[in-house]
Design a protein. Structure first.
Length: 173
């Protein structure tokens, strides 16, 4: 559904684990020491212990997304969700991206229901099952590892916003 109303301004905030907690988890290099492995030549940090990818016969899929840098301002008119599994985005190299989200549950209808975050280029995210989100909005072009659920039936619902949002700019990090 297309609407001619002026878009709602949405300014991405720096991504923090606390602010993003209602939507999933932030991935980043932990501070402190990890568990020594490989004869003491490496440290292991377990980041997420259950990506929730097995619902209704699902299995993990590891993919590579090669993203073009988006131009800002960027109009957001649709959102999507994966109700049966999480979706993880991890940049390969230093790549910032904007993540636009809305809570799991009923489809968002208005831009005021959305939040936007920008990564610092080293962070990834795990979107909790059912979290509404916009497709990948790369600030910096490049490759992203994506881990998601795959199965015979596609798990992707799409909704159109009655009121569009406009991401004014990717806030500096």
């Amino acid at each position: 559904m297309k609407n001619d109303a002026a878009p709602h301004a949405l300014v991405p905030q720096p991504l923090t684990p606390q602010a993003f907690a209602p939507y999933g988890a932030v991935l980043g290099a932990p501070e402190g020491a990890g568990r020594l492995i490989n004869g003491g030549n490496a440290e292991r940090f377990d980041l997420v212990d259950d990506l929730q990818l097995g619902a209704q016969g699902g299995r993990p899929m590891l993919a590579l997304f090669r993203a073009q840098a988006r131009r800002f301002p960027h109009e957001v008119t649709e959102m999507e969700r994966h109700a049966l599994g999480s979706q993880t985005f991890v940049p390969l190299g230093e790549r910032r991206f904007v993540i636009v989200v809305a809570p799991a549950g009923e489809a968002p209808t208005a831009a005021g229901m959305l939040e936007a975050f920008v990564t610092d280029g080293h962070q990834g995210v795990v979107l909790a099952p059912g979290t509404w989100h916009h497709a990948l909005l790369a600030v910096d072009a490049g490759d992203f590892v994506v881990i998601e659920r795959t199965a015979a039936a596609v798990d992707c619902d799409v909704c159109w916003l009655q009121e569009p949002a406009r991401i004014e700019a990717a806030a500096p990090v």
